[in-house]
Design a binder for this molecule. Structure first.
Ligand SMILES: *Cc1c(COP(=O)(O)O)cnc(C)c1O
Length: 859
């Protein structure tokens, strides 16, 4: 029978057990083992049945069971204590509050964090891969540190997709529908109890309505917009159905809801709860860029600012993080499509279409005039921007340097903060248990146990690694059995699965999304050589592989099929396995069970990568191309670097890099793993593990990342935002007027003449030179500019590197808008050096030399 209506009946808890509801609704349980233990202790069998999700667990309890529990004094006591523990976690001062007390400067009271996906727990599948997991980890660490973030995203009823394989090994997608009432989510409601709705204008005079769900991530609220509202027509109701579902208009409208709707949801949140308005708006990738347009529109309407003044205000308080050097990973919409959505009756008040289009225009060399680029808009809307590893920062500066013509690549104002991972989520309990046995203090706390790993005996580390491998072996067989059944095998044919993997064999993991640059099948380049490595009698190797291809990506699906066919070979299938449906739940078992984590992307397309960090925190060693985070933190002792073959064609490159991978496996990885002492311990391997945990551990923590964001970006952006806004936006008005004046006057700026005094024929280190620069400024005043002398190493073509900059002082003015600037140049270095002078715009509210993209060099 089929139901004609659904209704949701919530469990009513006896009063003494009331804290269970709070504990189940707050996602802190996803990284708090004692809370999970409490729920498990209610009924361990049901706990497995409900896939270890507290809210589902509660819904499975009958009134009789609840009554029994309420009569169990010891259980009631534990519930009360757990409830009080959560309250303390939510209200106590943490790192951020202590830092604020120790500082003489003001701290922000709220930071908005926009992301198209959030990976928090397997129970809330609102992510496709690394970007979402990172966003989830960001919120969790912000909670642990007390950083007052509010997350903004979309609620996708059908999430991303569930992956299965057919008999031929071809990826099949299904979209199980989530019922938000069964999830740890609460609908935002008006004081009278009706659901709150936010609305957006859409093309053709229509309107899009959305509900707002709140998930609570420890101390951090996460607001998720959902277009499945009765007042929308069918296509609008489906707008947020799937993550990265349709292309074209659906994608654009999802992003409008995320950005514009997201700001409206924040205003709603403040109105309903009295929460402070955010001081800073952080865009995790360009998808949420429209948040800036909505805020510009608000400012033009509420404060009477012009578009330019509002833009200056928004820029000051916006942080943009770019996440990919892969062009296909950047959203670009057609200019006509944009006009349809942001012109005419759909126009945002105060945001003229022409001004909006300029923000995303690729008006630089190599750009496409018919395209609106969301990353470019992100950079134009954010005064502060960053990539997600040092190498990615560098690559991004190269990629976007066209936006700052006249500046060296190194000066492009895109910095970097290397990603991190949330230890409480990703480190296996067995690892924490082992750490607490030997290490005093809070092993789950901010610093983690990493600094004290030397205190743990290596034989115990080795024993724990075996347990983790055992856990992975059991999980793999289980998943493989289900997958083979779904692919058409009968139970009678599956006896071989009992021999798949072995807890005493070197275990290598490889799991990630399957875009081409990640090269899933690189290891299959020479199938015989790989088979030989796997099947070695004395020193065998086993491989566990997983990954989803985007539903529209047939190339990715073909790679998966190639891999699955290889793993189907009866001669190999006990040593190499492909597991379908890579997700958080699988990842949490997979990383700890691996000895080696393999990553072989095409450098430099892996912006950072985080799976290797999660593996490292569980005592795995990385074997990876020097890309993303590994390029920065590989130190020769914490794993292996697969050399990159630059400057050859792609096929040759794959050939060379695959061959280097096999070489490393055969000559380094495998022998080290199997080189054991009398006690059976691989001493060198264990040294590498302890070194990895001790040195890499603290760096790869998301706590370190969120502290970096807070100190280097959020606090400066909050202060910049206050500076432009105070006194009725006096700063923004002045900055906008100055920028307009400076831009108009810039064509007349010229360096007319340079003079150096005190240069001897044979200059020696320690001497100084007096520099005079005669500069024509037209109508601009000396205060409108900074004149700098740049001093550095000079190449044969006179290119300067290792540049030091110092400012020349205005000393005199002459008729016709000419001025003299003087300064001292210290010859602090030896060798072949050179210097030059340049003129830049100046204003106290600009954040970097390159901000306006204006510079005048002497020639
Ligand atoms: C960590 C993680 C990722 C991202 O891994 P990368 O190394 O960045 O590719 C993707 N999916 C899941 C389930 C993860 O846990």
């Amino acid at each position: 029978m089929k139901a004609i209506r659904r209704l949701h009946v919530r469990t009513v808890l006896p009063e003494t057990l009331a804290p269970l509801h709070q504990l189940a609704l707050n996602l802190r349980w996803s990284w708090h083992p004692p809370t999970l233990d409490l729920f498990e202790s209610i009924d361990p069998q049901k706990w497995q049945l409900c896939r270890r999700e507290p809210l589902t667990m509660l819904s499975l309890l009958s009134p009789a069971e609840l009554e029994r529990l309420a009569g169990d004094a010891e259980f009631v006591q534990r519930v009360q204590e757990a409830g009080a523990g959560l309250d303390r976690y939510l209200t106590q001062d943490r790192w951020y509050q202590r830092a604020a007390q120790d500082s003489t400067e003001a701290f922000g009271s709220a930071y908005a964090y926009f992301s198209p996906e959030f990976g928090l727990t397997a129970a809330l599948p609102q992510y496709s891969g690394g970007l979402g997991i990172l966003a989830g980890d960001h919120l969790k660490s912000a909670s642990d540190l007390g950083v007052p973030i509010v997350g903004i995203g979309l609620f996708y009823k059908s999430g991303y997709f569930r992956q299965r394989l057919n008999a031929e090994g071809w990826q099949q997608e299904s979209y199980p529908v989530l019922d938000p009432d069964d999830l740890p989510l609460a609908l935002l409601r008006e004081p009278d109890g009706t659901p709150s709705v936010i609305s957006l204008a859409m093309p053709g005079g229509s309107r899009l309505d959305a509900y707002v769900w709140r998930a609570q991530v420890g101390r951090v609220p996460l607001l998720l917009l959902d277009s499945d509202v009765e007042t929308n027509d069918a296509s609008k109701r489906d707008l947020t159905d799937r993550l990265y579902g349709g292309g074209g208009d659906q994608r654009l409208q999802q992003e409008m809801l995320l950005g514009i709707g997201g700001v409206r949801a924040l205003r709603l949140w403040s109105r309903l709860t009295g929460a402070p308005e955010p001081d800073v708006y952080h865009m995790n990738e360009g998808h949420a860029g429209f948040q800036g347009l909505e805020r510009i529109s608000e400012l033009t309407q509420s404060a009477g600012l012009s578009f330019d003044e509002a833009l200056r205000t928004v820029r000051a308080s916006t942080v943009f993080t770019t996440h990919t050097p892969v062009p296909a990973g950047i959203d670009r919409f057609g200019v006509n499509q944009m006009a349809q959505h942001f012109g005419g009756s759909a126009q945002l008040p105060g945001v003229a279409l022409s001004r909006l289009l300029q923000l995303g225009a690729e008006n630089y060399e190599g750009g496409d005039a018919n395209v609106f680029n969301m990353a470019v808009m992100g950079l134009r809307l954010g005064q502060r921007a960053n990539g997600v590893s040092q190498l990615h920062g560098e690559v991004s500066r190269g990629m976007f340097k066209g936006l700052w013509p006249g500046f060296d690549q190194a000066e492009v104002p895109i910095g970097s903060i290397t990603n991190g991972v949330h230890a409480g989520t990703w480190v296996d309990r067995k690892v924490f248990d082992l750490a607490s046995e030997f290490i005093n203090g809070d092993v789950l706390g901010s610093g983690g146990p990493w600094g004290h790993v030397d205190e743990v005996p290596t034989d115990r580390i080795w024993a724990t690694k075996r347990e983790l491998r055992e856990q992975l072996v059991a999980e793999t067989r289980d998943r493989l059995r289900k997958s083979m059944r779904a692919r058409g095998s009968t139970s009678a044919e599956l006896g071989w699965i009992e021999d798949v993997l072995d807890p005493d064999i070197l275990t290598i993991g490889f799991a990630r999304r399957v875009p081409t640059y990640k090269r899933l099948t690189l290891m299959l380049r020479d199938p015989e050589r790989l088979a030989k490595i796997l099947l070695d009698e004395e020193r065998p190797v086993q491989l566990v592989i997983a990954g989803k291809a985007h539903p529209a990506d047939d190339t990715g699906k073909r790679l998966i099929q190639e891999m699955v066919r290889f793993t189907d070979d009866p001669k190999l299938r006990h040593r190499i396995v492909f597991l379908p449906n890579y997700d958080i739940a699988m990842a949490q078992r997979l990383y700890p069970g691996c000895d080696v984590w393999l990553n072989n992307p095409l450098r430099p397309f892996e912006a950072c990568g985080t799976s290797g960090m999660k593996a490292a925190l569980n005592g795995a060693l990385n074997l990876s191309i020097l890309d993303g985070w590994w390029d920065e933190w590989f130190d020769g002792e914490n794993g292996w670097a697969i050399p990159t073959a630059d400057g050859v064609d792609d096929d040759r490159r794959d050939e060379l890099e695959a061959s280097a991978l096999y070489d490393l496996l055969e000559n380094n990885v495998v022998p080290t793993f199997y080189d054991t002492d009398e006690a059976g311990l691989p001493t060198r391997w264990l040294e590498m593990i302890t070194h990895t945990l001790g040195t890499l551990g603290p760096k790869v923590m998301a706590d370190r990342m969120v502290q970096d964001y807070t100190q280097n970006l959020y606090l400066p952006a909050a202060r910049a935002g206050w500076a432009v806004s105070e006194n009725d936006h006096a700063g923004a008005r002045d900055l906008a007027a100055s920028v307009e004046r400076i831009r108009a006057g810039w064509p007349s700026v010229r360096v007319e003449h340079l003079d150096a005094e005190g240069v001897s024929d044979t200059p020696q280190v320690g001497e100084s030179v007096r520099v005079h620069a005669y500069v024509a400024l037209g109508d601009l005043a000396p205060q409108d500019v900074t004149v700098q002398v740049a001093f550095g190493r000079a190449s044969e073509t006179d290119e300067l590197t290792d540049v030091e900059l110092s400012v020349l002082q205005h000393v005199d003015s002459y008729d016709g808008g000419k001025h003299r600037f003087d300064g001292e140049l210290e010859l602090s270095r030896t060798g072949s050096l050179g210097w030059t002078v340049r003129v830049l715009p100046a204003h106290p509210l600009l954040a970097s030399d390159a901000e306006l993209g204006l510079v005048t060099n002497p020639f």
